[in-house]
Every structure is written in C-alpha cells, then in structure tokens.
Write a protein that binds this ligand. Structure first.
Ligand code: Q9C
Ligand code: ZN
Length: 341
C-alpha cells in the first residue's frame, strides 16, 4: 500500500501542552510520525510519496471561513499582544453567554477552541495545511482506483469540527478526504473511527448528512476526552438520522470486547454499501498508551486490520492519535499489514 507523507509535519512542534495543571511536553510530538514512517520503510509496506497541493478550497468545503482565517493569524495575533508562552484560550462562551465573535485574540481563542490543552505556535497552520493535503492525496489515489492508501497525517484531525480546534487537531483531515471522494463522484462514504477518543469533529461535520456514515468505537465520554460528545444516543439529525453510530466502551476494555463492537460496526458499514471507506486510524487503544484506557496488544492491531479488509472496500487510512511513541510505528503498520494479508 502507498503511504502519503510530508516532512512538513515537523512544523507542528509546540513546546507545551496543559496536562494535569502543568505545562508538559506535548504527547502529540514530531517523533510520532518519524516512528511510523520508519516502520513503513522497514517492512517495505510500499512506496512513500509526497502530497500534491489541492489548495484551500477542499479545506473550506468542510470548515467555516472565519475559523480558518482565525487559524491563519492566531499565532501572529497572539505574539502581537506580547505574550511569552504559546497561544491557548482561558475563557469560553459558556452556557447562557453571548456567541458574538470577539475581536481580541483571547476572545477568539475561546470562541474557536473546544479544549485548551492544544497550544498554537509557530508553524502550526503550515503543518495542519500539509496534513490536509496528505489526506487529499490519499483520497485522490483511492478515487483513481487504488484498493487502499495510507495518509500519514500529522497533526491529527478527528477532533476538529466545522469551526473548532482542540484535542491536538486543527483541520479534520478525514472529513476533508471524505468530501473530496464525494466531489470526485462517490455517492456514499463511510468513516470508521477506531482512535481511542471519540471523533467529535467528524461527527459534528456530518451530523445532518446521509452521504457520510460516521461509526466510532471509543472510550466512553463519561470517562474520556472529549467528554461532551460520543454517547450511544447520538444518531445524527434531520436527513442524517441513523447515519451516526457510536460505540462508547468502558475503562479497561480488552480486545475481545472491542472486536465484538467492531464486528457490529462493520455490519452497519456493509449495509450502508459505501463506495469507499475512510478509517480514522488512532492506535491510542494500545494497552500502554499514556493517556488512554483500552487494553489492545500489538498483534490485535493486525487482527482488526484483517477484519476491516473483510468489507472488501476501497480504503483510505488517515492517521489520528497514538502516544506510546516507541510502539506507534509497529501498531499502526500492523493494522495496514493485517488489512493487506
Ligand atoms: N487526561 C487524539 O488522539 N487530552 N487526540 C486528554 C487525558 C486530550 C487526543 C487528557 C487528548 C486528545 C487525536
Ligand atoms: Zn485519540
């Protein structure tokens, strides 16, 4: 399988994440992508290609223009205030407050952020833009007839909503790729999100639509980030009713339980009969992931890769999370190799 990869991911190299009341080195760091691409090359998964540049239009087909304009200038605007640290919000339009978009950067950060662990710093936008181009290039390959492709996106994307960033995500790479496949002639796309965290951004983007089925397995939001979306009773709205399916799972979920939920998810995807599948591939379901609570082992990733292949669909894998950095390459590539067997 071909991997699409851009070295520009390195431009996303923030120094701080707010975690447990401290500013720590971000879990979402450049070495993640390095371990994955090293493993792709070590096992000869297939060719590694640079992305093409599809410009801003496919990003604006998913995201709000004001939000993207905010991302473009947030770091400059923040620095202009003379602040010493990286940009992070400290105030939100909480319940019963106004939703006017403020002028001041501190107000705009709160308006467009869904969480404050994720700082914005030099190069953040450039890396997020490149990650979207990686996903678009992967979508282009699948659209052109490739049975599968791997978009090695970094930063990840599935927490980014129409007009919100957070959870290490800025542009929703999987959603941008899904829309591109539709624009290229697909009638229906399924997104299967296997990252440990609920893909709140992808769900939000396609909530009221019936041309994208969103199915997610994740830590129960009662106990896991993003905490405010991902319950089983969220099934889509309007025309999108029944085209969102969530499988929240409890702390310490092992592979047998997880795989049983995957089997149900795969039946729904098969019944939908999509033209292509996008897998939001996070490997933070691993037993020693530092911020997650599932118990998958390395060989389980191969097993579920093969389960997904059983659908027989053209498939684009889009990289999301995974923070046990030493093992991230093995676990990610196990899914891809399991799929190809
Ligand atoms: N105590 C992705 O995997 N913080 N994002 C969690 C846990 C945010 C994860 C804190 C986690 C975001 C793409
Ligand atoms: Zn995650």
């Amino acid at each position: 399988m071909e991997t699409i990869f851009s070295e520009k991911h390195r431009l996303r190299n923030s120094k701080t994440e707010l975690f447990g009341g401290e500013l720590v080195e971000p879990f979402e760091r450049p070495s993640r992508a390095e371990y994955i691409i090293d493993r792709v090359r070590a096992v000869n998964l297939g060719p590694v290609s640079e992305p093409d540049d599809f410009g801003m239009d496919p990003i604006l087909a998913i995201h709000d223009k004001g939000f993207i304009d905010f991302l473009l200038t947030a770091w400059t605007d923040w620095q202009a205030e003379g602040f010493k640290g990286e940009a992070m919000p400290t105030v939100w339009p909480a319940r019963r407050m106004s939703t006017h978009i403020p002028n001041h950067i501190e107000g705009r950060l709160g308006y467009y952020a869904l969480a404050c662990e994720t700082t914005i710093s030099d190069g953040t936008w450039e890396a997020a833009y490149a990650a979207a181009q990686v996903a678009l290039t992967g979508a282009e390959r699948v659209s052109a007839g490739a049975p599968a492709a791997f978009a090695l996106c970094r930063p990840p994307g599935h927490h980014a909503a129409i007009d919100m960033y957070g959870g290490y995500c800025f542009v929703n790479n999987a959603a941008v790729a899904a829309q591109h496949l539709l624009d290229k002639g697909a009638k229906r796309i399924a997104v299967l999100d296997v990252d440990f965290h609920h893909g709140n951004g992808t769900q939000d983007i396609f909530d009221a639509r019936d041309d994208v089925l969103f199915v997610s397995l994740h830590g129960d939001p009662m106990d896991a980030f993003p905490h405010f979306l991902g319950h089983a009773d969220e099934t889509g709205t309007g025309k999108g009713e029944s085209f969102t399916i969530n499988y929240p799972l409890p702390p310490n979920t092992d592979f047998a339980t997880w795989r049983a939920a995957l089997a149900k998810a795969l039946v729904h995807i098969k019944d939908y009969a999509p033209d292509a599948l996008i897998v939001s591939l996070g490997v933070d379901t691993f037993e020693t992931d530092p911020i997650s609570f599932f118990k998958l082992q390395s060989e389980d990733f191969s097993t579920y890769g093969a389960d997904i292949a059983g659908l027989g669909l053209p498939t684009l894998f889009v990289m999301e999370g995974g923070y046990d950095i030493e093992e991230i390459g093995i676990n990610t590539v196990n899914v891809l190799q399991g799929f190809e067997q």
